[in-house]
Design a protein around this ligand. Structure first.
Ligand code: PGA
Length: 244
């Protein structure tokens, strides 16, 4: 399976910058596929620019209700109407900076699946949790609370992003990431079946760059990467995608 390399642009890039990035990316793609999550305001422009290219556009978050009096929020059907095909759910910044609860993350995940937008469920431990040997417990709690009661996990992507590695330049070693991915796969098998768990792509995120990606992708349970900083520059993002 070709690795899935998702660009998470966070609060970066205007519509014009998005269009220019995608136009520059197209000739650099070769036969590879790109996955980009621009800010809400640039999704439509990104979808338009990505037409006739192997570029999938998604969103960075969504609300859990189909519609209603939720000032400032965006629903899954609005994203779908714009052409978004995947959505990040439970990103560490949403959990820890915007205080999204595990229950809310579960409801968002259910809504995304109902809407048929592929959820990319982000999980990961904080530094103090790793240092006190709680990583496996945190991963189990986050996966179980998000996925409990969901019978069909076929259209799911998981991103393991240790909080201490996000935006810090401190990447997990390939071995450390592989160990966490193996734990995630085992928990996913318990929540569904070994057959389904084997097919769920588990991406690594946290300070991925063109220098360290090859070692990560060489691990048996790492099927791609969720990339922030290094995805903002078209040359560095295309290098990540073209890493064999
Ligand atoms: P980073 O961000 O690559 O800048 O560490 C990753 C993420 O937040 O998904």
């Amino acid at each position: 399976m070709e690795p899935i390399i998702i660009a998470n642009w966070k609060m970066h890039k205007s519509q014009d910058e998005t269009r220019a990035f995608i136009e520059a990316l197209k000739p650099l793609l070769g036969s590879k596929k790109a996955w980009i999550a621009p800010p809400f305001t640039a999704i439509q422009e990104a979808v338009k620019a990505a037409q006739n290219a192997k570029i999938v556009i998604g969103a960075q978050n969504m609300h859990d209700a189909p519609q209603g009096a939720f000032t400032g929020q965006i629903s899954s059907s609005m994203l779908k109407a714009l052409g978004a095909q995947f959505v990040l759910i439970g990103h560490s910044e949403c959990r820890h900076v915007f205080c999204e609860s595990e229950d809310l993350i579960h409801r968002k995940l259910v809504r995304a699946l109902e809407e048929k937008i592929t959820p990319v469920l982000c999980i990961g431990e904080k530094l103090e949790e790793r240092e006190t040997d709680q990583t496996a417990d945190v991963l189990r709690r986050q996966l179980t609370s998000a996925l409990e009661g969901i019978s069909d996990l076929q259209d799911l992507i998981v991103a393991y992003e240790p909080v201490w590695a996000i935006g810090t330049g401190k990447v997990a070693s390939p071995e450390m990431a592989q160990e966490a991915h193996m734990i995630c796969r085992k928990i996913l098998a318990e929540l569904s079946s070994e057959k389904i768990a084997a097919k769920i792509p588990i991406l690594y995120g946290g300070s991925v760059n063109p220098k360290n990606i090859a070692g990560l992708l060489a691990q048996p349970d790492i099927e791609g990467a969720l990339v922030g900083g290094a995805s903002l520059d078209v040359n560095s993002y295309s290098q990540l995608i073209r890493t064999p």
